[in-house]
Design a protein around this ligand. Structure first.
Ligand code: DGL
Length: 274
């Protein structure tokens, strides 16, 4: 007998960037409902220390569990790199974004030169690099901390002609260009919305790895293997929560969710009280 699980998938990020992962889940698994939490009141995580990131991650996971989710997705490169161990005690499967994107990058590269653009906490953890070298010991890995890119995305400065975004990316991507990487992992979930500008800077010969895409595929496989797919019709019950609402919020949600934004409405929660 085919089993199913119609509970929602819990997805969290330090802010709104994780919506790029939620969007890939909606695209690939249209029957799945999502409960999203963005810690917009405490973003960024990527410049904070390990203990703080772990404490925040535990609170975020607890919040999602209180919504009876069947799985928790850390849609944040920083949490996935620095605080994945906070999920060890979770009563539901936990999916992080690093390992799936590393596998995609290793199977994509032709010249073995892989770039990683992420937050400084992610780069300092060495999580992507370690996993790449395990799978491809001869790889040349070029890393850059794109600290300023997170506020640029949260601010919605993602237009292909945005001068600030272009100049900032040129500076961060210079080492990748000098080395001739053919594959670039967007190691922070805020960055897929900068893809057009990144292509403009790097040229079309570099393949960009979107962690959301790689992770959504893995989520689909896990739900299938564990007979936990939603057997209902198209998802109609997505829920979005955030720990703060700013003026730029609506515009940024639009940019990050793209065609998948259906004016869901975002409820504010006091995450410190969870
Ligand atoms: N979305 C987070 C990530 O993937 C980055 C934002 C932050 O620094 O909190 O790393």
């Amino acid at each position: 007998m085919l089993m199913s699980d119609n509970r929602a998938i819990g997805v969290f990020d330090s802010g709104l960037g994780g919506l790029t992962v939620a969007r890939e889940i909606m695209k690939l698994l249209p029957r799945e409902n999502i409960v999203y939490f963005g810690d917009t009141g405490r973003v960024p995580y990527g410049t904070k220390g390990r203990d703080t990131i772990r404490k925040y991650s535990l609170q975020d996971e607890r919040f999602l569990l209180s919504h009876d989710v069947k799985m928790i997705v850390a849609a944040c490169g920083t949490v996935s790199s620095v605080a994945a161990d906070t999920a060890e005690q979770l009563p539901v499967p936990f999916i992080e974004v690093v390992s799936h994107s590393v596998r995609a990058a290793v199977s994509t590269t032709k010249n073995g030169k892989i770039g990683i653009l992420a937050t400084s906490a992610t780069i300092n953890s060495g999580a992507h690099k370690k996993q790449i070298l395990q799978l491809l010991p001869t790889a040349k890995v070029v890393e850059a901390s794109g600290t300023l890119l997170v506020p640029i995305v949260e601010e919605g400065w993602t237009d292909i002609d945005d001068a600030v975004a272009i100049e900032t990316l040129k500076r961060y991507l210079k080492p990748m260009m000098d080395e001739g990487v053919d594959t670039l992992i967007l190691g922070c979930t805020h960055f897929p919305v900068l893809s057009s500008i990144i292509r403009k800077v790097l040229g079309n010969s570099v393949t960009l790895i979107n962690m959301g895409e790689a992770t959504a595929k893995a989520i689909g496989e896990i739900l299938k293997q564990t007979d936990s797919l939603n057997d209902g019709t198209t998802a109609t019950n997505h829920k979005f929560y955030a720990s703060d609402k700013t003026d730029a919020f609506v515009g940024t949600v639009n940019i990050l969710l793209g065609d998948y934004n259906k004016d869901f409405g975002i409820e504010q929660v006091d995450i410190e009280k969870v």
